[in-house]
Design a protein around this ligand. Structure first.
Ligand code: AMP
Length: 394
């Protein structure tokens, strides 16, 4: 167990807090502020305790150079509205400079400041000096609350821990609790649903989950690689050629370890990768040569609904079809709905499945939606995340 902000005296201290404010932006406006609202509990706690709060984050990929389109200023403004208090923005092309140091040193208890995008500095993603040391000069305690970047060892996510007492914020605490409990202490039956485009990307996660789950359900683009491994023709469906053997291996391992492996039995196919393309439903052993699988079919939806209803813990990562196109979104929608109705502990991995749960209006019904796509996958793989590993143990 890692220490959290509750386990350390922060009153009157300058506390450097790494958040994940990597919000989507369009024309200089924030289009989704969930990452900012997710950080509020930790920031509000620190303010209430009279800490001097110094916020850090990255946004986008400025690639080690100051680029105004990646400035965190709009985030500081939005956070200020949400907190109902001033957030002092510290603009600097080098993130830390003399003026920024003065501003940090002059903070009063309960005041909040925000540094410029840490990825303006080339050292950040390499976890190199002198940037880590410069950041360290600003504060006395390091709080990591950026789950979305916890799988990266960067200056602001892990490097700072060498310099000062380091603990987690409430968001990381919550992610570790839900993802950790699901993996280590699940109420059974435990079902994992894996979807998305490529099998290759998810093999390590599937291998780790096979050791933990009672059932594994495959959906989405990766199904076709499994169909190929089973000897079926898949027309022009997405195929991860290099992973055919790995798919066979997964089928063998599931059998050997007594894990129920559920694969789609039918599929909605289209002539083109286009929402308005001609479409039809085909059993998995009769996909036409000139069509591609775009979604799970109605028989599969029924089968999967039944399996979901029986589970007590469900981890879902990856859509069941090309859900961005309304004509191929039924399967993903049905899975999200079945999870929402299941009464099970439901954990949705970040990224596309989180977006789908949100888009179809089921986000509130899930037990936990992870804020980190890559980070939640690495966690489910069983890897230790450097941004968490570096924090003090209780
Ligand atoms: P991933 O990042 O691997 O979780 O993949 C998510 C993407 O997989 C989404 O953009 C989906 O549109 C895509 N996807 C899901 N099913 C299919 C499919 N049958 N064919 C092509 N792409 C798919």
């Amino acid at each position: 167990m890692k220490k959290t902000v509750r386990d350390i005296d922060v009153t009157g201290k300058r506390v450097l807090v790494r958040c994940d404010f990597n919000v989507p932006m369009q024309d200089g406006k924030i289009t989704d502020d969930r990452r900012i609202t997710s950080a509020l509990p930790t920031i509000e706690y620190l303010v209430d305790k009279g800490a001097k709060v110094i916020l850090m984050s990255h946004m986008g990929r400025p690639k080690g150079e100051p680029k105004p389109e990646f400035s965190l200023k709009p985030v500081a403004d939005r956070l200020s509205q949400l907190l109902g208090r001033e957030v002092i923005f510290a603009p600097s092309d080098t993130v830390v400079d003399d003026k920024v140091k003065e501003t940090a040193a002059a903070l009063e208890p309960g005041q909040v400041m925000m540094l410029e995008n840490v990825r303006y500095r080339a050292e950040e993603t390499k976890n190199e000096e002198p940037f880590t040391g410069q950041l360290a000069q600003l504060g006395e305690i390091f709080v990591n609350d950026a789950f979305g970047t916890a799988h990266r060892a960067h200056c602001s996510t892990a490097g700072l821990a060498k310099y000062m007492p380091s603990v987690s914020g409430f968001l990381i605490e919550k992610e570790v609790k839900f993802l950790g409990d699901a993996l280590e202490n699940p109420e059974r039956p435990f079902l994992a649903i894996m979807g998305g485009a490529k099998v290759g990307d998810k093999i390590p996660v599937i291998e780790n989950l096979l050791k933990k789950v009672d059932s594994l359900m495959i959906a989405g683009g990766m199904s076709y690689t499994f169909f190929r491994a089973m000897g079926y023709e898949i027309g022009t469906s997405i195929l991860d050629e290099e992973s055919i053997d790995l798919a066979k291996d997964i089928m063998d391992k599931a059998k050997a370890s007594g894990v129920e492996l559920l694969l789609p039995v039918d599929t909605v196919c289209a002539a083109e990768f286009d929402n308005d393309s001609e479409k039809g439903v085909y059993d998995r052993d009769s996909i036409p040569a000139d069509m591609m699988g775009m979604d799970i079919g109605p028989k599969t939806i029924e089968l999967y609904r039944g399996a979901i209803a029986k589970a007590k813990t469900i981890v879902w990562n990856g859509p069941a079809g090309v859900f961005e196109m309304p004509n191929f979104a039924e399967g993903t929608k049905a899975i999200a709905a079945a999870l929402a109705d299941s009464g099970a502990v439901t954990i949705v991995g970040g990224g596309d499945s989180a977006a789908a749960a949100e888009q179809f209006g089921y986000a509130d019904k899930m037990t936990h939606i992870s804020t980190g796509g890559g980070a939640s996958l690495e966690f489910l793989e069983g890897k230790e995340l450097p941004g968490i590993l570096c924090l003090e143990d209780k």
